[in-house]
Design a protein around this ligand. Structure first.
Ligand SMILES: *Cc1c(COP(=O)(O)O)cnc(C)c1O
Length: 399
């Protein structure tokens, strides 16, 4: 297969300048092909990808079993409306239910949509006067107006008001602040059990348990946004399984269909009927292609023991990154849970990302100073070493 075909990177950049709305900051590189943890650009350069698909390509680029499943599905049934049954969606829901808390699924196409469904469900399930939802500073829940309002980061709100009524924000980890925010109109707490965009922040000990008790005490729904941390990334199917706290509602997307667009909201059998017929819908939600890809992703993770591999990779990353920290005082914290990794720096991270890119390693910087790695669960140990060597050089050069 040729890696260089069609337009060059420079020509593609020109095409975007003319025709694509410039709402993203993009690297001036035209990616044309991916396989496992490598991607190639139109000039034939190969990159090692420690951030494949912004967390969506948890199984690497173009995982073979998923490619085959989707190819077969597209040739059989691409789309039918949700006014019909389709076995593949029902099976997908079953597999997710059996791996989480035994509830039921609503399917959509993205993380923001999954959170919108959760917000509506919380308002519908609780008494009429209850509509307020508590979320957390540094959290990220998506860009639609409801999910955006839930996202307690002022920089994303600028110029977009008035936002949706009823959201209030507590510092992540601060149970007393949450308790102060609860009133008779509160219906739910929405939280990422591990904050992703907020800098790969792990919950302090007892925090999620504390939220569970507050919800039980006040009749609120506890809703976990596992769009980034969920679906095997942390070494358990879902991040909440590390902390011994079960939510009432969980939202999923990103890696859920191995790189195909898909999202889901799961909730318990008791709460599910509150999303009554006619109250919510998604045209493409749970379509046969996403469903088939979702099933293939689960099967691949199990057939290839990738949960165990995520744990093993996390340990290897921790060793390498802790060693870097010994050598470079610019690294102030290393946070690892499976293949969800944050390296907090005492300086801005953007120059490190640039230095890695020059050496053909793709990483991300979030929250200004946290180098974030969301590598594939099937990264090899050799690739891990190769990338960590580059990261160490880049850190030495850029800081
Ligand atoms: C990415 C992300 C979202 C938004 O997902 P989209 O598919 O971009 O709408 C929501 N929550 C978390 C935790 C995320 O990381």
């Amino acid at each position: 297969m040729t890696t260089a075909s069609g337009l060059s990177s420079a020509e593609t950049v020109e095409l975007f300048k003319k025709y694509v709305i410039p709402n993203y900051t993009r690297y001036p590189v035209n990616l044309v092909r991916g396989e496992g943890s490598y991607v190639w650009d139109s000039e034939g350069s190969r990159y090692l990808d420690f951030f494949p698909g912004w967390g969506c390509n948890l199984l690497g680029h173009c995982p073979q079993p998923l490619v085959e499943a989707v190819q077969e599905q597209v040739a059989t049934l691409i789309h039918v409306p949700n006014t019909w049954h389709m076995e593949v969606q029902g099976r997908w829901a079953q597999l997710l239910s059996e791996r989480s808390f035994g509830g039921q699924a609503f399917f959509c196409n993205s993380g923001a949509e999954a959170n919108e469904a959760a917000i509506k469900l919380a308002r519908l399930h609780t008494p009429k006067e209850r509509y307020k939802i508590i979320t957390f500073e540094g959290g990220f829940h998506g860009r639609t107006l409801g999910a955006l309002t839930a996202t307690a980061q002022p920089k994303y709100h600028e110029g977009l008001g008035p936002l949706v009524a009823g959201f209030s924000y507590a510092p992540f980890g601060d149970l007393e602040a949450v308790e102060r925010l609860i009133d008779r109109e509160t219906c739910a707490i929405l939280v990422e059990p591990v904050q992703g965009e907020g800098g790969v922040r792990l919950p302090p000990d007892g925090f999620l348990q504390g939220l569970r008790s507050l919800c039980d005490q006040h009749g609120l729904l506890l809703m976990f946004d596992e769009v980034q941390a969920g679906f095997g990334r942390t070494g358990h199917w879902f991040a909440y399984q590390h902390f011994g706290v079960t939510p009432d509602v969980m939202t999923l997307a990103k890696a859920l269909c191995g790189g195909i667009a898909g999202g889901a909201m799961l909730t318990t059998r008791e709460i599910a009927p509150s999303l009554r017929p006619g109250m919510h819908a998604s045209t493409f939600g749970g379509n046969p292609i996403a469903a088939r890809a979702g099933i293939a992703a689960i099967e691949m993770i199990e057939n290839e023991n990738l949960l165990e591999n995520a744990v093993r990779l996390g340990e290897l990353f921790r060793e390498r990154l802790e060693a870097m920290r010994q050598q470079n005082d610019v690294i102030c914290d290393v946070r690892v849970l499976g293949v969800m990794i944050g390296v907090e720096l005492a300086v801005p991270g953007a120059p490190v990302v640039e230095a890695c890119l020059k050496r053909k390693l793709l990483v991300n910087c979030t929250h200004g100073n946290v180098i974030r790695l969301l590598p594939a669960m099937n990264l090899t140990s050799e690739q891990l070493d190769e990338g960590c060597d580059v990261l160490a050089q880049a850190l030495a050069e850029a800081t």
